[in-house]
Design a protein around this ligand. Structure first.
Ligand code: ADP
Ligand code: MG
Length: 349
Protein backbone atom coordinates (compact mmCIF):
# COMPACT_ATOMS: atom_id res chain seq x y z
CA UNK A 1 0.00 0.00 0.00
CA UNK A 2 2.89 2.24 0.86
CA UNK A 3 4.71 1.85 -2.39
CA UNK A 4 1.59 2.68 -4.41
CA UNK A 5 3.14 4.38 -7.40
CA UNK A 6 -0.04 6.21 -8.38
CA UNK A 7 -0.27 8.29 -5.24
CA UNK A 8 1.32 11.69 -5.16
CA UNK A 9 4.10 11.82 -2.62
CA UNK A 10 5.66 14.57 -0.61
CA UNK A 11 9.20 13.93 0.50
CA UNK A 12 9.93 14.35 4.19
CA UNK A 13 13.18 16.14 3.38
CA UNK A 14 11.17 18.87 1.62
CA UNK A 15 9.14 19.50 4.75
CA UNK A 16 11.94 19.39 7.31
CA UNK A 17 11.71 18.09 10.87
CA UNK A 18 9.81 21.02 12.35
CA UNK A 19 7.47 21.22 9.40
CA UNK A 20 6.72 17.55 9.82
CA UNK A 21 6.11 17.73 13.57
CA UNK A 22 3.81 20.70 13.11
CA UNK A 23 2.00 18.97 10.27
CA UNK A 24 1.33 15.74 12.13
CA UNK A 25 0.39 17.24 15.48
CA UNK A 26 -1.70 20.28 14.58
CA UNK A 27 -5.07 18.52 14.45
CA UNK A 28 -4.80 16.91 17.88
CA UNK A 29 -7.04 18.43 20.56
CA UNK A 30 -6.31 18.41 24.27
CA UNK A 31 -9.07 16.95 26.45
CA UNK A 32 -7.71 16.44 29.92
CA UNK A 33 -7.38 18.98 32.71
CA UNK A 34 -4.20 17.18 33.68
CA UNK A 35 -2.59 18.19 30.36
CA UNK A 36 -1.21 21.64 31.17
CA UNK A 37 1.04 21.86 28.09
CA UNK A 38 1.00 19.36 25.23
CA UNK A 39 3.19 19.49 22.09
CA UNK A 40 5.29 22.56 21.43
CA UNK A 41 7.75 23.22 24.23
CA UNK A 42 10.85 21.37 25.42
CA UNK A 43 8.71 19.11 27.57
CA UNK A 44 5.04 18.51 28.15
CA UNK A 45 3.60 19.66 31.48
CA UNK A 46 1.15 17.42 33.32
CA UNK A 47 -0.72 18.07 36.54
CA UNK A 48 -0.40 14.90 38.57
CA UNK A 49 -2.90 15.90 41.30
CA UNK A 50 -3.11 13.66 44.35
CA UNK A 51 -3.39 10.43 42.35
CA UNK A 52 -0.58 8.07 41.48
CA UNK A 53 0.90 8.22 37.99
CA UNK A 54 1.23 5.20 35.70
CA UNK A 55 3.82 5.23 32.92
CA UNK A 56 4.36 2.54 30.28
CA UNK A 57 6.26 2.32 26.98
CA UNK A 58 6.38 -0.04 24.01
CA UNK A 59 8.75 0.02 21.08
CA UNK A 60 7.64 -1.46 17.74
CA UNK A 61 10.11 -2.20 14.96
CA UNK A 62 9.29 -2.89 11.33
CA UNK A 63 10.12 -6.47 10.41
CA UNK A 64 10.12 -7.54 14.08
CA UNK A 65 6.76 -6.39 15.42
CA UNK A 66 4.90 -5.44 12.27
CA UNK A 67 4.95 -6.14 8.55
CA UNK A 68 3.76 -3.28 6.35
CA UNK A 69 2.93 -5.65 3.50
CA UNK A 70 -0.34 -6.46 5.27
CA UNK A 71 -0.49 -3.96 8.13
CA UNK A 72 -2.01 -0.69 6.88
CA UNK A 73 -0.21 2.28 8.47
CA UNK A 74 -3.41 3.67 9.93
CA UNK A 75 -3.95 0.37 11.75
CA UNK A 76 -0.34 0.36 12.90
CA UNK A 77 -0.77 3.79 14.48
CA UNK A 78 -3.98 2.68 16.18
CA UNK A 79 -2.46 -0.56 17.44
CA UNK A 80 0.71 1.12 18.72
CA UNK A 81 -1.51 3.24 20.98
CA UNK A 82 -3.71 0.28 22.01
CA UNK A 83 -0.83 -1.87 23.26
CA UNK A 84 0.15 0.93 25.63
CA UNK A 85 -3.34 1.83 26.82
CA UNK A 86 -3.85 -1.86 27.52
CA UNK A 87 -0.95 -1.75 30.00
CA UNK A 88 -2.48 1.22 31.83
CA UNK A 89 -5.88 -0.52 31.99
CA UNK A 90 -4.15 -3.65 33.29
CA UNK A 91 -3.11 -1.60 36.33
CA UNK A 92 -6.78 -0.63 36.77
CA UNK A 93 -5.89 2.95 35.84
CA UNK A 94 -7.17 5.65 33.48
CA UNK A 95 -4.97 6.58 30.52
CA UNK A 96 -4.86 10.33 29.85
CA UNK A 97 -1.78 11.15 27.75
CA UNK A 98 0.54 9.56 25.22
CA UNK A 99 3.82 10.51 23.60
CA UNK A 100 4.76 9.11 20.20
CA UNK A 101 8.29 8.80 18.86
CA UNK A 102 8.99 7.74 15.31
CA UNK A 103 12.04 7.00 13.21
CA UNK A 104 11.46 6.71 9.47
CA UNK A 105 13.68 6.08 6.48
CA UNK A 106 13.46 8.17 3.32
CA UNK A 107 11.40 5.40 1.72
CA UNK A 108 8.36 6.89 3.49
CA UNK A 109 6.63 9.92 2.01
CA UNK A 110 4.68 12.40 4.10
CA UNK A 111 1.43 10.67 3.09
CA UNK A 112 2.59 7.52 4.87
CA UNK A 113 3.23 9.43 8.11
CA UNK A 114 -0.17 11.08 7.73
CA UNK A 115 -1.77 7.64 7.57
CA UNK A 116 0.10 6.53 10.68
CA UNK A 117 -1.03 9.64 12.56
CA UNK A 118 -4.62 9.24 11.35
CA UNK A 119 -4.62 5.94 13.24
CA UNK A 120 -3.00 7.51 16.28
CA UNK A 121 -5.57 10.30 16.24
CA UNK A 122 -8.48 7.88 15.91
CA UNK A 123 -7.15 6.03 18.96
CA UNK A 124 -6.76 9.31 20.89
CA UNK A 125 -10.31 10.41 20.02
CA UNK A 126 -11.89 7.04 20.77
CA UNK A 127 -10.07 6.42 24.03
CA UNK A 128 -9.92 10.06 25.14
CA UNK A 129 -6.18 10.47 25.50
CA UNK A 130 -4.10 13.55 24.68
CA UNK A 131 -1.03 13.43 22.46
CA UNK A 132 1.44 15.52 24.46
CA UNK A 133 4.79 15.00 22.78
CA UNK A 134 7.27 12.70 21.17
CA UNK A 135 10.32 12.73 19.00
CA UNK A 136 10.89 12.52 15.26
CA UNK A 137 14.04 11.29 13.64
CA UNK A 138 15.31 9.46 10.59
CA UNK A 139 16.34 5.82 10.34
CA UNK A 140 18.64 4.20 7.84
CA UNK A 141 16.20 1.38 7.28
CA UNK A 142 12.53 0.88 8.01
CA UNK A 143 10.22 2.39 10.59
CA UNK A 144 10.30 2.40 14.38
CA UNK A 145 7.49 3.64 16.53
CA UNK A 146 7.53 4.01 20.28
CA UNK A 147 4.51 5.07 22.31
CA UNK A 148 4.50 5.99 25.98
CA UNK A 149 1.18 6.12 27.80
CA UNK A 150 0.64 8.06 31.00
CA UNK A 151 -2.29 7.35 33.26
CA UNK A 152 -3.47 7.79 36.78
CA UNK A 153 -5.25 5.92 39.47
CA UNK A 154 -6.20 6.20 43.09
CA UNK A 155 -3.56 4.42 45.18
CA UNK A 156 -6.29 2.10 46.51
CA UNK A 157 -7.48 1.15 43.02
CA UNK A 158 -4.16 0.09 41.48
CA UNK A 159 -3.91 -3.65 40.84
CA UNK A 160 -0.49 -5.29 40.65
CA UNK A 161 0.56 -8.67 39.31
CA UNK A 162 1.63 -9.70 42.78
CA UNK A 163 -1.63 -9.88 44.76
CA UNK A 164 -3.15 -13.26 43.79
CA UNK A 165 -4.02 -15.50 46.77
CA UNK A 166 -4.71 -19.21 47.07
CA UNK A 167 -8.37 -20.07 46.18
CA UNK A 168 -8.82 -16.85 44.16
CA UNK A 169 -10.72 -17.33 40.90
CA UNK A 170 -8.88 -16.73 37.62
CA UNK A 171 -10.91 -14.66 35.17
CA UNK A 172 -10.30 -13.54 31.61
CA UNK A 173 -12.19 -10.93 29.59
CA UNK A 174 -13.33 -11.55 25.99
CA UNK A 175 -11.92 -14.50 24.07
CA UNK A 176 -8.48 -15.85 23.26
CA UNK A 177 -6.33 -16.83 20.29
CA UNK A 178 -8.05 -14.84 17.54
CA UNK A 179 -5.27 -12.29 16.97
CA UNK A 180 -2.67 -15.02 16.56
CA UNK A 181 -4.83 -16.82 14.01
CA UNK A 182 -5.45 -13.52 12.21
CA UNK A 183 -1.69 -13.25 11.80
CA UNK A 184 -1.50 -16.79 10.43
CA UNK A 185 -4.20 -15.99 7.86
CA UNK A 186 -2.45 -12.77 6.80
CA UNK A 187 0.92 -14.54 6.53
CA UNK A 188 -0.67 -17.21 4.35
CA UNK A 189 -2.26 -14.62 2.05
CA UNK A 190 1.08 -12.84 1.78
CA UNK A 191 2.69 -16.05 0.50
CA UNK A 192 -0.18 -16.60 -1.96
CA UNK A 193 0.16 -13.01 -3.16
CA UNK A 194 3.90 -13.49 -3.78
CA UNK A 195 3.14 -16.36 -6.16
CA UNK A 196 0.08 -14.81 -7.80
CA UNK A 197 -0.37 -11.04 -7.32
CA UNK A 198 -3.72 -11.15 -9.14
CA UNK A 199 -5.25 -13.57 -6.67
CA UNK A 200 -8.07 -11.87 -4.77
CA UNK A 201 -8.19 -13.44 -1.32
CA UNK A 202 -11.56 -14.44 0.11
CA UNK A 203 -11.27 -13.53 3.77
CA UNK A 204 -14.96 -13.69 4.74
CA UNK A 205 -14.40 -16.64 7.07
CA UNK A 206 -11.69 -14.81 8.97
CA UNK A 207 -13.07 -11.29 9.49
CA UNK A 208 -13.05 -11.48 13.29
CA UNK A 209 -9.53 -12.94 13.38
CA UNK A 210 -8.09 -10.31 11.07
CA UNK A 211 -9.79 -7.51 12.94
CA UNK A 212 -8.34 -8.78 16.22
CA UNK A 213 -4.86 -8.80 14.67
CA UNK A 214 -5.02 -5.50 12.78
CA UNK A 215 -7.34 -3.44 14.99
CA UNK A 216 -7.20 -4.62 18.58
CA UNK A 217 -9.16 -2.68 21.20
CA UNK A 218 -7.75 -2.18 24.68
CA UNK A 219 -10.22 -3.10 27.46
CA UNK A 220 -10.90 0.36 28.83
CA UNK A 221 -14.34 -0.85 29.92
CA UNK A 222 -13.25 -3.53 32.38
CA UNK A 223 -12.19 -1.21 35.18
CA UNK A 224 -15.63 0.45 35.25
CA UNK A 225 -17.41 -2.87 34.92
CA UNK A 226 -15.57 -4.27 37.93
CA UNK A 227 -16.34 -1.12 39.93
CA UNK A 228 -20.03 -1.53 39.11
CA UNK A 229 -19.92 -5.13 40.25
CA UNK A 230 -18.04 -4.02 43.38
CA UNK A 231 -15.20 -6.37 42.59
CA UNK A 232 -11.57 -5.41 43.11
CA UNK A 233 -9.17 -7.85 41.45
CA UNK A 234 -6.36 -9.13 43.63
CA UNK A 235 -4.01 -9.22 40.63
CA UNK A 236 -4.25 -8.24 36.97
CA UNK A 237 -2.22 -8.29 33.73
CA UNK A 238 -3.04 -7.75 30.06
CA UNK A 239 -2.66 -10.63 27.62
CA UNK A 240 -0.04 -9.50 25.14
CA UNK A 241 2.23 -12.56 24.97
CA UNK A 242 -0.35 -15.32 25.52
CA UNK A 243 -2.34 -16.66 28.46
CA UNK A 244 0.34 -19.12 29.66
CA UNK A 245 3.02 -16.55 29.84
CA UNK A 246 0.77 -14.04 31.65
CA UNK A 247 -0.33 -16.71 34.15
CA UNK A 248 3.32 -17.40 34.71
CA UNK A 249 3.94 -13.71 35.53
CA UNK A 250 1.03 -13.57 37.97
CA UNK A 251 2.01 -16.83 39.69
CA UNK A 252 5.70 -15.94 39.94
CA UNK A 253 5.06 -12.46 41.31
CA UNK A 254 2.27 -13.59 43.64
CA UNK A 255 4.20 -16.71 44.75
CA UNK A 256 1.28 -19.02 43.99
CA UNK A 257 0.34 -21.82 41.58
CA UNK A 258 -2.76 -22.18 39.41
CA UNK A 259 -5.13 -24.65 37.87
CA UNK A 260 -6.94 -23.76 34.66
CA UNK A 261 -9.46 -25.85 32.80
CA UNK A 262 -9.26 -26.56 29.07
CA UNK A 263 -13.04 -26.61 28.65
CA UNK A 264 -13.36 -23.14 30.21
CA UNK A 265 -11.08 -21.31 27.77
CA UNK A 266 -13.20 -18.76 25.84
CA UNK A 267 -12.90 -19.34 22.07
CA UNK A 268 -14.71 -17.59 19.25
CA UNK A 269 -16.33 -19.94 16.68
CA UNK A 270 -13.96 -18.55 14.01
CA UNK A 271 -11.02 -19.59 16.20
CA UNK A 272 -12.37 -23.13 16.40
CA UNK A 273 -13.08 -23.47 12.66
CA UNK A 274 -9.79 -21.88 11.60
CA UNK A 275 -7.81 -24.09 13.98
CA UNK A 276 -9.40 -27.09 12.30
CA UNK A 277 -8.49 -25.74 8.88
CA UNK A 278 -4.89 -24.95 9.87
CA UNK A 279 -4.59 -28.19 11.87
CA UNK A 280 -3.74 -26.28 15.00
CA UNK A 281 -4.78 -27.22 18.53
CA UNK A 282 -7.19 -24.49 19.67
CA UNK A 283 -6.11 -24.91 23.32
CA UNK A 284 -2.49 -24.37 22.32
CA UNK A 285 -3.51 -21.27 20.35
CA UNK A 286 -5.53 -19.89 23.28
CA UNK A 287 -2.64 -20.52 25.68
CA UNK A 288 0.25 -19.32 23.55
CA UNK A 289 -1.13 -17.06 20.82
CA UNK A 290 -0.36 -13.47 21.74
CA UNK A 291 -1.77 -10.00 21.13
CA UNK A 292 -5.28 -10.59 22.42
CA UNK A 293 -5.06 -7.50 24.67
CA UNK A 294 -7.70 -8.95 26.95
CA UNK A 295 -7.32 -8.68 30.71
CA UNK A 296 -6.46 -11.60 32.97
CA UNK A 297 -7.22 -11.11 36.64
CA UNK A 298 -7.91 -12.87 39.90
CA UNK A 299 -10.77 -12.21 42.32
CA UNK A 300 -11.57 -13.58 45.78
CA UNK A 301 -13.74 -16.71 45.59
CA UNK A 302 -16.42 -14.81 47.53
CA UNK A 303 -16.97 -12.75 44.36
CA UNK A 304 -17.99 -15.83 42.34
CA UNK A 305 -21.64 -14.79 42.07
CA UNK A 306 -20.72 -11.30 40.90
CA UNK A 307 -18.58 -12.42 37.95
CA UNK A 308 -20.04 -15.79 36.94
CA UNK A 309 -22.96 -14.59 34.83
CA UNK A 310 -21.24 -11.61 33.22
CA UNK A 311 -20.93 -12.12 29.44
CA UNK A 312 -17.64 -10.19 29.39
CA UNK A 313 -15.93 -12.62 31.72
CA UNK A 314 -14.95 -16.29 31.77
CA UNK A 315 -13.83 -17.98 34.96
CA UNK A 316 -11.10 -20.30 33.71
CA UNK A 317 -9.65 -21.70 36.92
CA UNK A 318 -8.31 -20.88 40.35
CA UNK A 319 -5.14 -20.06 42.23
CA UNK A 320 -3.40 -22.87 44.15
CA UNK A 321 -0.39 -23.15 46.45
CA UNK A 322 2.99 -22.29 44.95
CA UNK A 323 4.27 -25.87 45.20
CA UNK A 324 1.40 -27.06 42.99
CA UNK A 325 2.90 -25.29 39.98
CA UNK A 326 0.89 -24.15 36.95
CA UNK A 327 -1.50 -26.80 35.69
CA UNK A 328 -3.90 -27.25 32.84
CA UNK A 329 -6.72 -29.73 33.42
CA UNK A 330 -7.63 -31.17 30.02
CA UNK A 331 -11.08 -32.21 28.79
CA UNK A 332 -10.00 -35.79 29.51
CA UNK A 333 -9.31 -34.71 33.11
CA UNK A 334 -5.55 -35.05 32.78
CA UNK A 335 -3.17 -32.64 34.50
CA UNK A 336 -0.56 -31.03 32.25
CA UNK A 337 2.11 -28.64 33.41
CA UNK A 338 1.80 -25.24 31.73
CA UNK A 339 4.83 -23.87 29.94
CA UNK A 340 5.36 -20.14 29.94
CA UNK A 341 5.79 -19.82 26.24
CA UNK A 342 4.65 -16.77 24.34
CA UNK A 343 3.68 -16.64 20.71
CA UNK A 344 7.33 -16.72 19.67
CA UNK A 345 7.58 -20.12 21.26
CA UNK A 346 4.52 -21.24 19.36
CA UNK A 347 6.02 -19.98 16.12
CA UNK A 348 9.14 -22.10 16.50
CA UNK A 349 7.18 -25.30 17.05
P1 ADP B 1 13.49 18.96 21.08
O1 ADP B 1 14.48 19.45 20.09
O2 ADP B 1 13.40 19.76 22.34
O3 ADP B 1 13.58 17.46 21.31
P2 ADP B 1 11.52 18.60 19.09
O4 ADP B 1 11.74 19.56 17.98
O5 ADP B 1 11.96 17.19 18.91
O6 ADP B 1 12.06 19.21 20.42
O7 ADP B 1 9.95 18.57 19.43
C1 ADP B 1 9.17 19.74 19.48
C2 ADP B 1 7.84 19.43 20.09
O8 ADP B 1 7.13 18.48 19.26
C3 ADP B 1 7.94 18.77 21.46
O9 ADP B 1 6.79 19.19 22.19
C4 ADP B 1 7.85 17.30 21.14
O10 ADP B 1 7.36 16.58 22.25
C5 ADP B 1 6.87 17.28 19.95
N1 ADP B 1 7.08 16.15 19.04
C6 ADP B 1 8.22 15.85 18.36
N2 ADP B 1 8.05 14.77 17.58
C7 ADP B 1 6.77 14.35 17.77
C8 ADP B 1 5.99 13.27 17.26
N3 ADP B 1 6.47 12.37 16.39
N4 ADP B 1 4.71 13.14 17.68
C9 ADP B 1 4.22 14.03 18.57
N5 ADP B 1 4.88 15.07 19.08
C10 ADP B 1 6.15 15.24 18.69
MG1 MG C 1 13.23 15.94 19.92
Amino acid sequence: MLEDKNQSKTSLAELGEFGLINHITKYFKVEHKSTVKAVGDDAAVLDASELQTLVTTDLLIEGVHFDLSYMPLKHLGYKAVMVNLSDVYAMNGKAEQITVSIAVSNRFPLEAIEELYAGIQLACDTYKVDLVGGDTTSSTKGMLISVTAIGKADKEDIVYRSGAKETDLIVVSGDLGAAYLGLQVLEREKQVFKVDPNNQPDLDNYTYLIERQLKPEARKDISGLLKELEVKPTSMIDISDGLSSELFHICTQSKVGCKIYEDKLPLDPQVISTCEEFELDSTMVALSGGEDYELLFTVPISDFDKVKANPNFSIIGHITAENQGLQLITRANQEIELKAQGWNGLKNN
